[in-house]
Design a protein around this ligand. Structure first.
Ligand code: ME8
Length: 532
């Protein structure tokens, strides 16, 4: 497995280049980013892949509506997506576009290999197609004649098509799922997939002829490859399948494909069946996270109620948005997004707990110690307890991140922040200084400063601006992101004598009424996107 080789390969879904992305897409990508950053901190050689899914009937249709060629259409949307990932500080190592030659070639090689070995045959497809989900459905799967996934009207399709013999792989796949409990997570998703396969797997239609915006089937160019087979292949085309054996060997099989719950089926059935047919090992895990929903229900472009992450970052800052996304919703469950919840979370965690801890501590260092980090004296029991709380929390963070419980990992870091505030309340250094006990007062402040330094390091996978800001206020010049996870356990590295700067408050409290009065909606039809 890559992780045992010191590498870690993590992917997000490749998003449709069909319109602007919303907060739901940002949610998946920020979560993957936090995991990637955490694994890098642990010393693994991480490859974090994201990208765009640019072919298919839906995109061809949108491009036509916009009156531009499909390539021109997707090129424009990809620029917006890249900008969004910049704004959110997404640390991807590679960005794959399915219209790139390196990808198209691999898709053609994949289908050719399957064709040559008899895993693909030609027949006629008659059934239903959902253009929005780019999914084929059998009559028995429809819900009141509509798409069982998105509830939209379906197209009746009768086409000559190529089929992948997926039914061949049903048994080996079930066997793999049963013997590898970690393969599909969380558990509820795993059970859904098992019962789906148990109902019987049909062969999969893998080519279309009624439009041409796709990868041509090499031996029969009137067909284009089904967009999901095209898209799923990104996970291997991006690491040089058939082109760069060293790169491929270093990162395949992937450690985790992080996806939304609605596309687990594609990743946990179609993709592994194709990989089995190619003779490739299966990814270690497909993790299906929950949805971010609005109080009124599902976010959707057609309802015009999608939330624009760019407006939120502009209004509240990148770390408030990242923190909210990562902390508010247990990863794996659905969660409700509201701007009030974002404000409440920012005020409680960032302004009150963290911001206060940093501000009150550094203000005291300035007031009582001439702004210099003091030399600590010997430790009291209460100081030992503080260190133990920190060590226990760090161990818990690691456990949570190993299980992709990102929100719980942040909760553990906040245990430390709150422990720091409680420690200050109980030791009352202001009173020690007033009574002339400079040595004990200095030790207490040293301990809190050291706690803050380490907390900032622990926060680097999740928050991108704040840890560096905190370090600079402590007088440290390096980048806290360069510190390894092992060093989190090393207490006492904060050098005495540094000059601190309490500065402006880190996170001013947000006044809920003022926040929403600047007139710009955070939700609605996103400008620039093509409406449905
Ligand atoms: O499905 N809450 O692309 P897509 C949480 N191109 N996550 C959400 C979300 C929400 N409300 N809305 C979207 C596709 N997402 C295919 C993928 S992969 C080989 C091809 C996230 O643009 C979530 O990760 O529709 C979901 O799976 C993904 O965006 C769907 O993005």
């Amino acid at each position: 497995m890559p992780e045992e080789r010191g590498t870690y390969y993590i992917t997000t879904p490749i998003y449709y280049a069909s319109g602007k992305l919303h907060i739901g897409h940002a949610y998946s990508t920020v979560a993957a980013d936090a995991l990637a950053r955490f694994k890098r901190m642990q010393g693994l050689k991480v490859r974090f892949l994201t990208g765009t899914d640019e072919h298919g009937q839906k995109i061809q249709k949108r491009a036509r509506q916009a009156g531009v060629a499909p390539q021109q259409f997707v090129d424009r949307i990809v620029q917006d997506i890249l900008h969004l990932w910049d704004v959110l500080h997404i640390s991807y190592d590679d960005f794959i576009r399915t219209t790139e030659e390196r990808h198209v070639k691999v898709v053609q090689e994949v289908v050719s290999k399957l064709w040559e070995q008899g895993d693909i045959y030609k027949s006629t497809y008659t059934g239903w197609y959902c253009v929005e989900c780019e999914s084929f459905w059998l009559p028995r799967q429809l819900q009141e004649g509509l798409c069982p996934d998105c509830g939209r009207e379906l197209e009746k399709v009768t086409e000559e098509s190529y089929f992948f013999r997926m039914s061949r792989y049903a048994e080996p796949l079930l066997q793999h799922i049963r013997t590898h409990p970690e393969f599909i997570q969380p558990e509820s998703r795993r059970n859904e997939v098992i019962s789906f396969i148990e109902q019987g797997l049909e062969d999969l239609c893998i080519s279309r002829t009624t439009f041409d915006w796709g990868v041509p089937i090499p031996w029969d160019r009137s067909h284009v490859v089904y967009v999901w087979l095209d898209a799923l292949s990104n996970y291997i085309s991006a690491i040089g399948y058939t082109r760069d054996p060293d790169l491929f060997a270093a990162y395949w099989p992937a450690d985790v494909h992080l996806v939304g719950k609605e596309i687990v089926r594609f990743h946990a059935i179609i993709w592994p069946a194709v990989l089995m047919a190619l003779g490739l090992p299966l990814p270690r895990q497909v993790f299906g996270h929950g949805w971010l929903v609005l109080e009124g229900g599902k976010m959707s472009k057609s309802k015009g109620n999608v939330v624009d992450p760019l407006v939120l970052v502009d209004r509240y800052g990148v770390d408030a948005v990242r923190h909210f996304l990562l902390r508010e919703i247990p990863f794996g469950s659905d969660g409700t997004y509201s701007e009030e919840a974002l404000i409440a979370r920012t005020n409680a965690d960032l302004a009150n707990d963290l911001g206060n801890l940093v501000h009150r501590t550094l203000s005291m260092v300035e007031r009582y110690l001439e702004g210099r980090i003091p030399v600590p004296g010997h430790l009291h029991r209460i100081d030992q307890e503080l260190r133990e709380t920190l060590a226990a929390a760090a161990a818990q963070v690691q456990r949570c991140m190993d299980e992709l419980r990102i929100s719980d990992a942040l909760a553990s870091i906040w245990e430390v922040v709150r422990a720091g505030n409680r420690y200050l309340d109980r030791t009352a250094p202001w009173s020690l200084f007033r009574h002339g006990d400079v040595e004990r007062g200095g030790t207490v402040l040293y301990n809190v400063c050291e706690l803050i330094r380490i907390t900032a390091v622990m926060l680097t996978p999740y928050l991108v601006d704040t840890p560096g800001k905190i370090w600079r206020r402590l007088g440290l010049e390096e980048d806290p992101g360069s510190i390894t996870w092992a060093e989190v356990g090393e207490w006492g590295k904060l050098p005495p004598g540094l000059r601190v700067r309490s500065g402006e408050v880190l996170f001013p409290r947000i006044d809920e009424r003022r926040a929403q009065s600047d007139g710009r909606p955070t939700s609605g039809r996103l400008p620039g996107g093509v409406g449905e």
